[in-house]
Design a protein around this ligand. Structure first.
Ligand code: PLP
Length: 360
């Protein structure tokens, strides 16, 4: 059986070493030394000045919306994971979908202005598969219309664009460190902002709003993460380079073997590096995609329609709306297995099967 993904696990000894410290200190959560150490090491690794380690990527999004005091309409992409839209609704705001670009599969910046009304307060865009949005254009539009920008960078760990971390763009960026992501802490998320005042506010919000044992600075929630999760994050840090290398090699092999597939890969943003978080391909038709998906399953090989269906016509809490490009792409897209333990032989097998099914 070949699954679509498998979480990376560090050697158990590495994890145990961190746990011994936890047992000695008996400090399990509430921003303990491992969580602080992880924040420091990640800032260093990602070359960021500020960053906060939180419970997960979804709470990171919710805190971001709350911290920026957004109301009314937030412009967003229908081609993302449900948390992007649900966080907007959870915070009492209204998502306004803007269709995606047919090449990058990110929100189409040239269509944003037409969706802006006098109730628009922000843009929440996803760097889909880790591929940076048109951040410079979005920055310009936001400045012109006085809007805040949040980036859902759940897929974008380790991506740089125009010479700096992708997480430096927008008023706030978030990342997910969930077990299925490229780099993970079992469950976990990051909130990144360049604004020190905003960071301070978010740090209070993460911890119930406490500013002292008996005083409060903000309305808060519990967005803290534990020493056990931080330990996993720390243990995995040692392997970031080898994870990246293996995923790059697997991706390049897919590219080579699938040269004649009747599908295209999303066009990557100029000036950005790839992080090999996923292997998405968009087939020429839904029929072909389904034929391939179903026949691979017969061989115990599992792919995923990621993202399908479009968020603009599946959620019971938003009005269903047609988004021509998203509706079309989401019907044809498929992510192939890609994870650290996948072998080159397996990539060869999957690719051969895809071509055989296609040409059959
Ligand atoms: C995984 C994911 C999230 C949510 O992150 P969690 O850490 O699982 O809460 C949000 N947005 C996108 C695009 C994701 O892929």
């Amino acid at each position: 059986m070949i699954p679509i993904t498998k979480p990376f696990l560090p050697p158990l000894e590495d994890y145990n070493e961190y746990l011994q410290g936890v047992w000695q200190r008996q400090w399990l959560t509430n921003m303990g030394p491992l969580a602080s150490d992880l924040e420091m090491k990640l800032k260093d690794h990602l070359n960021l000045k500020h960053l906060l380690f939180v419970t997960n990527g979804t709470i990171a999004l919710q805190i971001a919306i709350k911290a920026l005091e957004l109301k009314d309409e937030i412009i967003t992409t229908p081609f993302s994971f449900v948390a992007t839209t649900s966080s907007i609704v959870w915070e009492g705001c209204t998502p306004v979908f803007v269709d995606i670009d047919e090449n990058s599969l990110n929100i189409d910046a040239s269509k944003i202005e037409a969706a802006i009304t006098d109730r628009t307060t922000a843009i929440l865009a996803t760097h889909v598969y880790g591929n940076p949005c048109d951040v410079l254009e979005i920055e310009k539009i936001a400045a012109k219309h006085n809007l805040k920008v949040i980036y859902d960078g759940a897929h974008a760990f380790g991506v740089q664009v125009h010479g700096k971390s992708i997480f430096e763009y927008g008023d706030i960026s978030i990342c997910s460190l969930h077990a299925t992501k490229l780099y993970h802490s079992t469950e976990g998320g990051l909130i990144i902002t360049k604004d020190p005042e905003l960071l301070k506010k978010i740090a209070f919000m993460r911890n119930f709003g406490f500013s002292g044992t008996e005083s409060f600075a903000e309305l808060g929630i519990n967005g803290k993460n534990s020493e056990f999760h931080a330990a996993m994050g720390l243990a995995n840090m040692k392997y970031i380079k080898s994870i990246h290398k293996k995923r790059r090699e697997l991706t390049e092999l897919y590219d080579e073997k699938l040269e004649n597939v009747k599908a295209f890969k999303p066009k990557w943003q100029n000036g950005a590096n790839l992080n090999y978080a996923y292997y998405p391909i968009v087939f020429e038709s839904e029929t072909l995609m389904l034929k391939i998906k179903e026949n691979l399953e017969k061989q115990d090989i599992f792919t995923r329609r990621y993202f399908y269906p479009a968020l603009s016509n599946v959620l019971p809490y938003t009005k269903s709306i047609g988004m021509p490009i998203t509706d079309d792409i989401s019907k044809r897209v498929l992510c192939l297995p890609l994870f650290y333990d996948l072998t080159f032989e397996e990539v060869g097998l999957i690719s051969r099967l895809i071509l055989r099914i296609q040409n059959n």
